[in-house]
Design a protein around this ligand. Structure first.
Ligand SMILES: [Zn+2]
Ligand SMILES: [Zn+2]
Length: 259
């Protein structure tokens, strides 16, 4: 995964719903809202921060896949706060009725993004601190409703967007673990080299040498091999001569070279 991928803004459209714990009907969550009132029974549907982290962490990781999946990705996530239905689409904020892209705000700004054709409006604000504290990649939210201080926001149907940026924390942890393991392995190799002295060590990719040590060439032993051959041939010749002298010249079978 390149550096550029982590620098890119990754908009994710989310459609999220859970069954009301009061009447059992489907309640839409159109934003990272920790408490909404069920439109049918007025029951307060609470989604704890830990559940939001699980759901949005999933969206973060899925959006980091390159290239992000086309079309709608559907998930069902069982949590302590109920079974959530989550639809992810990797598209920039747009007006749902017209499908027109909305003019986006600067990351960190608060304001409205309105459709150029119809009256549809999304509220844009930086990701809330309780979310960013654990999921620092969540940058900006575009949602049809914003959370009220008393948690009395009435649930509205619709998609909301989270703009992510940076490597997802769970992937970063995995990468750090891998880098740490590699560093330990390298340290173990250099410790072994120090213990063994400057002799070359054959690694998986061929001979490895400690930095700064010029590999010694093995001494040329061709002359030694030639000398041994000459001596061997000489000895054999001597043996042949001895054998032919010992043989009975008249009639006795000749002994072989290899008796
Ligand atoms: Zn209800
Ligand atoms: Zn519109």
């Amino acid at each position: 995964m390149g550096v550029s991928r982590a620098a890119e803004l990754r908009p994710v459209a989310l459609r999220l719903s859970v069954n009301c714990s009061g009447c059992g009907r489907t309640v839409a969550l159109a934003g990272p809202l920790r408490a909404v009132r069920c439109p049918a029974c007025d029951h307060q549907v609470v989604t704890p921060a830990s559940v939001w982290l699980e759901l949005l962490g999933l969206a973060d990781r899925e959006s980091f896949a390159a290239p992000p999946a086309a079309g709608v990705q559907r998930h069902e996530v069982q949590t302590p706060a109920g079974r959530f239905k989550l639809e992810l689409t990797f598209v920039a904020p747009c007006c749902d009725p017209c499908a027109l892209p909305l003019g986006l705000l600067e990351t960190g700004a608060t304001g409205k993004a309105s459709c150029a054709r119809c009256a549809a409006t999304l509220y844009s604000q930086p990701a809330p601190l309780w979310l960013r504290h654990e999921l620092a990649t969540a940058m900006q939210i575009y949602a049809p409703s914003i959370e009220s201080a008393d948690g009395a926001t009435r649930a509205v149907d619709g998609r909301f967007w989270v703009i992510f940026q940076g490597t997802p924390p769970s992937l970063r942890e995995k990468r750090n673990e891998r880098l740490q393991a590699e560093a330990q392995e390298r340290a173990a190799i250099s410790n072994r080299l120090l213990a063994e002295g400057p002799a070359p060590v054959v690694g998986p990719g061929g001979p490895m040498f400690p930095i700064g040590v010029v590999p010694e060439k093995p001494p040329n032993r061709t002359w030694l091999v030639a000398l041994i051959l000459v001596v061997l041939v000489g000895l054999m010749a001597l043996k042949l001569m001895q054998d032919s002298r010992e043989d009975d010249v008249f009639g006795a079978p000749k002994k072989g070279l290899f008796r």
